[in-house]
Write a protein that binds this ligand. Sequence first.
Ligand code: PLP
Length: 445
Amino acid sequence: MTSPSTHVLHRTLSHTYPVAVWGEGITIRDSEGRAYIDASGGAAVSCLGHGHPEVGAAMKRQIDALSYAHTSFFTTEVAERLAAHLVDRAPQGISHAYFVSGGSEAMEAALKMARQYFVETGEPQRRVFVARRQSYHGNTLGALAVGGNEWRRAQFAPLLVDAHHVSPTYAYRNRRADETLEAYGARLAAELEETLLRVGPDSVIGFVAETVGGATAGALEPPPGYFARVREICDRHGVLLILDEVMCGMGRTGTLHACEQEGVAPDLMAIAKGMGGGYAPIGATLVSERIVGAFQAGSGLFQHGHTYLGHAVACAAALAVQTVIERDGLLANVRAMGAAMREDLVARFGAHRHVGDIRGRGLFQAIELVADRGTKEPFDPARKLHARIKREAMARGLMVYPMGGTIDGRRGDHVLLAPPYIVSRADVTEIVDRLGAAVDAALAE
Ligand code: PLP
């Protein structure tokens, strides 16, 4: 356990955190010898598991050659190779990668690129973003402003730029009984268009969305056809489509990019988490030719920058992670083990009186907890069921990613699962078994 006299400002000041000392495969060990199955990849980060020797070796080689060279003086071979690797496999139209140190920075850069695009192309009156409720795009001020997580936003509201929020894709709660999934998706897309028309479409810079919703409401899947309509609407009104695949991307849902399954390509896309798998802090904004072309024809630069852009060791880590995922065919395992996880979740929770929904794609799935399955009434938020489940899971050697505020930032509880892509069938069984025990223990408290 950490010393009570810690000088680290931890996330929760009253909590004593175990000290993580060792990671191997899907397991993390603490200083007291306890082992935890990492069934959430931390926060959907550790896609290759912990301690992969090839990633470590690639990072060491890069450190021995060169750790850091500021991007205003140099490019590096490793950044060039990583960009080429990503662009080769990116959605149509993506031509460049801008390397940052995480998801919030990737989103922040995407928002600024989108704004600068319209300044360069003679539409400086475009000044607001439209995004969705129950979303998360990062904790820096720009990303927080477009995010729709009420709890995270509330106390910082005076510092946040204006953004308009439309409904999330949350079929379990918001699809009408007489509506097909397709019709529900069409209704949500129509709401986006109505919002653009109300705000004044020529004042909107972009529509921002997680392709599959992540931490805030737990693996919210887009209904079929929704993103195709969204793409059309954005095009009709000259609005950029900015996808946030920081959590759901880089293989987590079974394809490298979640938007591949929707048949759409964004103008800008943020990636992070699974990109470097936790071996180094890295993220990227993937940029379309259209935007790079406007910068080229205009000011000739993107007016932004951080000290650690394109950090060579982080790039080496990400390139190694991506190379191993591809070489070892791990996305096939994500699809197979994702199906197995769904099977086990349905077997364990499908008839559970306090589990209302099981949802998600690939190794990115969630259960939503309810007091009453019939009415979908959530538990009293004061009970903090999500925190109890996390505690009970940790006590059983299991890391999962529970969150409260699933419905509206205040009510509702869910548990997100996002294990590394290397999980075996036996691992999946163990994860769901331990989660079942943790949920029942938390409910019994
Ligand atoms: N976007 C999404 C969808 C995320 O899930 C997150 C983090 O959870 C972020 C952005 C922010 O990323 P980071 O925490 O690396 O800044």
